[in-house]
Design a protein. Sequence first.
Length: 398
Amino acid sequence: MTIPLTSSEVGQQTVWQRFAVPFEFPVVFTENLFAPENPALRDAVARLEPARRHRLIVFVDDGLAASRPELVDQVQAYADHHAANLELVCKPVLVPGGEKIKADLHFIESIQQSLFDFHIDRHSYVVAIGGGAVLDAVGLVAATTHRGVRHIRIPTTVLAQNDSGVGVKNGVNLHGVKNFVGSFAPPFAVLNDIDFALSLPDRDKIAGMAEAVKVALIRDASFFRWLEQNSENLATFERGAMATMIRRCAELHMRQIAHGGDPFETGSARPLDYGHWSAHKLESITRHHVRHGEAVAIGMALDARYSVLSGLLEPGQEDRICALLEFLGFDLWHPGMLRTEPDGELTILAGLREFQEHLGGELTITLLGDIGTGVEVHEIDTERMKEALHWLQKRLEA
């Protein structure tokens, strides 16, 4: 029976809908992940329905497959060994690694086509094995296929294991803008195998340490001191030091996502992105010949000096920060920082506008109030930033 509205009840009405959805997923730190006796992947897949046989499609970074040609067969052998719980729907599929996969939507469509062809549904699993770019791209496909397919990340770089791989973002580039197309979608599980990280070329191992320095600078002074005290072991990629660095960095990123109050970045702040406004622009300027971590290291040094010039950070601390970064193996300058536009303005400064546009709202940049303490500001004095830039350039010349 329909109850008619009285004349006083006709008109605008608002009914509020409120609900909360809890998210949880395991982040496993392990080694030799695809050894048949290692249960980590099997247990991650079967954790909700242990009695089922689960269908999986696996995508592998082609650069990783080239450096570890045995990997594809190891994945297949692992699934065969755990056939009671795992069923690969096809041989692991190779996809481009690095920024290439994020720069052309053709690759997204190809991955989507594979999910369609093999009838991957919301109770199946999409597994990505590779660096952060592969995880970003495959994660975007998983998040948008059937409005969300279970996604397991297996990060293989230091940068992905200690930062992006444990987060909730997915995305690819479009119109020359980094991560213009993307989603927030937590993974079903993350499996970090230290053996993958330690098998990287030295340059990539070094690049991944930038995010550890970053999160220490803005969240944990004791971790920064640990990085200083263990810098020699880290610079020589000692296994125990690298494993500890990766895990602590990942834990701090996870803490921010879970307890920072804005896991899906609905506000104007990107509190974990210290040093990133210029880093993203430098990556674009150099067409990604500068690695993300390398650009972040330069961005952190730049913003540390700006923090000092702004009276936020004690003078001398910027030298301390630069000394650690340089000891770990970072070059803290690139000539692209001085590229100019036709009007004579520094191209790098456009990164401030682009950083703001990514979220909208007011400009919000994280600077340093102390080692271990990030401070959000909403204005940047471009003349002062140019002064910081020239200070950084002179360090190279000294």
